[in-house]
Design a binder for this molecule. Structure first.
Ligand code: EPS
Length: 402
């Protein structure tokens, strides 16, 4: 793992902190590279009240000098604007509980009614917390802000190799696009999705998706969906078949599955491979009749593998499809329990979103950008962009000779 990143900070704490370690020197990097993705994550039809309070923006606190990385760990921080409303209950310092006003402020944020579908019950039992606030502050999907920041650094790195990461929404609840009709002009699909409030490339289905979100809102409910994330420009041979933990598909599945809202990850045809014969699943290979020595000689008739065979990239686009659950905090709460009174009660309700599917696509792009950057650096090595580009070009030239 040449590139690693860690995140810290609570949803209503003073700030979110991120350290991205292993990014080489000489990469042009300015806050706007990251802020544009932070803004995208904050958007999407169905978002809740918190996004009106926050204007997520990053400051570099290490690793970047005069607009370029210098090879050390990149540290970033994002201020939580909402902290000003939580200064006492989220203070890191001991508070004077004999002061009635202070005690009341802390107690007003005490949570003991667990939310089904959230980390609340398992987290409280595991860590021994009585106040579920100690769980939900860190388990909150607010943490995905930090992932997007780390992923944006990785995207800037990938840009140097003409590798691009795209995402778009295929389904929200019962409103879905027919994936087969979309084709594989991923850049164009992405452009269309960016113009849609639900990040769906089909404008008619986009309206249907908004209706589903309106219906969920009216019922005090929430709704999930299906997202496709694609990487183009990946060279053949990232990852390896030689050891289980070097397989690129395993790394991708783990990274995408780690996002709070995700319940399944598929690559290429995904679970459809179970329904078809091998002859219609595997991607047949042929010699490109128009081959010139500036490109790979062998082509595929299809990309059902989603760009990965034998744990390695094939050079075709990497295509992942991910399902996301409906947000577990419901305005009309589910049946649950109070772990203080040990009685049945409706679940706690805390301000929440109705649908985060459009925003989740941006988070998934970040995680995929991280895995591809890490695998790219593993293969091509080097401490500066120039050195890695030299290694990369030499490898491509060898590939084109095969
Ligand atoms: C989120 C911020 C959170 C939630 C949401 C995602 O802010 P707040 O709790 O202040 O409303 O809106 O997280 C959840 C719903 C959750 O269950 O974790 C964000 O920045 O994306």
């Amino acid at each position: 793992m040449p590139i690693r990143f860690l995140t810290a900070g609570e949803s209503h704490g003073p700030e979110l902190n991120i350290i991205v370690d292993g990014i080489p020197a000489e990469l042009d990097l300015v806050p706007e590279d990251i802020n544009k993705d932070l803004k995208r994550r904050q958007g999407g039809y169905g978002r809740g009240g918190r996004m009106k309070i926050e204007k997520d923006q990053v400051s570099f606190t290490g690793g970047v000098r005069l607009g370029k990385t210098i090879g050390g760990p990149i540290s970033l921080k994002i201020t939580n604007n909402d902290f000003k409303n939580w200064e006492i209950p989220m203070s890191s310092l001991t508070q004077d509980l004999s002061n009635v006003e202070i005690k009341e402020k802390i107690q007003s944020k005490f949570v003991s009614r667990v939310r089904p579908g959230h980390a609340d019950l398992s987290g409280a039992v595991k860590f021994g917390h009585d106040d579920i606030r100690n769980v939900l502050e860190r388990s909150s999907a607010r943490e995905t802000t930090s992932r997007v920041a780390a992923g944006a650094v990785c995207k800037a790195f990938l840009n140097k190799f003409n590798i691009n990461v795209f995402s778009y929404v295929l389904r929200i609840g019962q409103a879905s696009v027919d994936e087969k009709m979309l084709g594989n002009d991923y850049s164009n699909l992405f452009t269309k999705a960016e113009a849609s409030e639900v990040r769906c490339p089909d404008s008619v289905i986009s309206e249907k998706m908004k209706e589903v979100i309106n219906e969920a809102r009216a019922k005090g409910d929430t709704v999930g969906g299906l997202i496709q994330i694609v990487v183009t420009g990946v060279p053949i041979g990232l990852g390896s078949y030689t050891q289980w933990d070097k397989r690129l598909n395993g790394k991708i599945a783990g990274a995408l599955m780690s996002v709070h809202t995700v319940k399944s990850v598929e690559i290429g045809l995904g679970k459809l491979v179970s329904e078809n014969f091998g002859s219609s699943v595997h991607d047949q290979i042929y010699v490109d009749p128009e081959w010139r020595n500036d490109r790979f000689r062998y082509k595929r008739k299809t990309n059902n593998s989603g760009g990965i065979e034998g744990g390695m990239s094939t050079g075709e686009p990497i295509v992942c499809t991910v399902s996301t659950k409906p947000i577990p905090t419901l305005i009309k709460p589910l049946d649950s329990v109070d772990i203080k009174t040990k009685t049945n009660t409706p679940a706690h309700f805390e301000r929440s979103d109705i649908c985060v599917v459009p925003a989740a696509g941006v988070v998934l792009e970040a995680m995929l950008a991280y895995v591809i950057s890490d695998s790219l650096l593993e293969k091509f090595g080097g401490d500066s962009i120039g050195e890695i580009l030299d290694n990369y070009k030499r490898y491509l030239a060898k590939c084109y000779e095969r």
